[in-house]
Design a protein around this ligand. Structure first.
Ligand SMILES: [Zn+2]
Length: 228
């Protein structure tokens, strides 16, 4: 059964070694949760962060990624995209979320978001947020996966010993999918697929890989309601 199927993190980091190479390809229809043009800022996407450890260093990186996206959106004259992330403790624990993340991660690269995929757990629907970010205890493949019928996303961030800038950019990359962004065949940009981040991410300073004009255009459509 699924309850014993997920592996706990190990010392090695096979998922991180692959980095973005096998991220789930998520290319949903553009279904904005909020229409920014008519009601700027009125409907910020809520982000619920799930982790077993309140000291988890990835929590701060989610906040940084949220700031990055809100700064990028407002810099384009669009409303902010996300509300401040909130730490959430599900009443029945993280197991259903970890199991679901494991299932999706195992299917990475083989499942398109138009396919039904595994059934999301009830616990996921119970979280009152448009974006549920699991800071997983597993060394799995990161992804952003749509669920439900109103533009919600389940995002999984792997455990492991990847450099902080890699983790930071993985989180921002996945939140980019939430905002309707797609993969670009430019190895050094945030929405890269495949990616070559070795040089950009070897720096000690926190930084995000750049967005492109194509990203800006998609953000304008998604957040600003500009017709394609
Ligand atoms: Zn991706």
């Amino acid at each position: 059964m699924a309850t014993d199927s997920f592996k706990v993190r190990t010392g090695s980091a096979p998922a991180w070694t692959a980095f973005f190479a096998a991220l789930l390809v998520v290319a949903p229809a553009i279904v904005p949760v909020a229409s920014g043009s008519d009601s700027p800022g009125a409907q910020l996407r809520r982000i619920a962060v799930l982790t077993a450890d309140v000291q988890d260093g990835r929590i701060g990186m989610v906040d940084e990624a949220v700031s990055f996206w809100n700064g990028s959106a407002t810099g384009l004259g669009l409303g902010a995209a996300f509300a401040d992330a909130e730490f959430v403790t599900p009443p029945k624990g993280l197991r259903p979320f970890e199991n679901y993340a494991h299932q999706l991660s195992q299917l990475a690269g083989r499942l398109h978001s138009s396919a039904p995929g595994p059934e999301p757990p009830e616990a996921l629907f119970a979280v009152e947020a448009e974006v549920v970010v699991l800071l997983s205890a597993q060394n799995l493949m990161p992804f952003a996966w749509p669920y439900g019928e109103d533009g919600r996303y389940f995002v999984a961030v792997p455990a492991g010993d990847a450099p902080e800038n890699v983790v930071r950019n993985v989180i921002a990359h996945e939140l980019g999918h939430v905002l309707g962004l797609k993969h670009l065949r430019e190895p050094g940009v945030l929405m890269c697929q495949p990616c070559d981040t070795s040089r950009a991410l070897s720096e000690g300073q926190p930084r995000f890989l750049p967005l492109t004009e194509a990203d800006h255009e998609r953000l304008r459509i998604f957040l600003g309601g500009t017709p394609p």
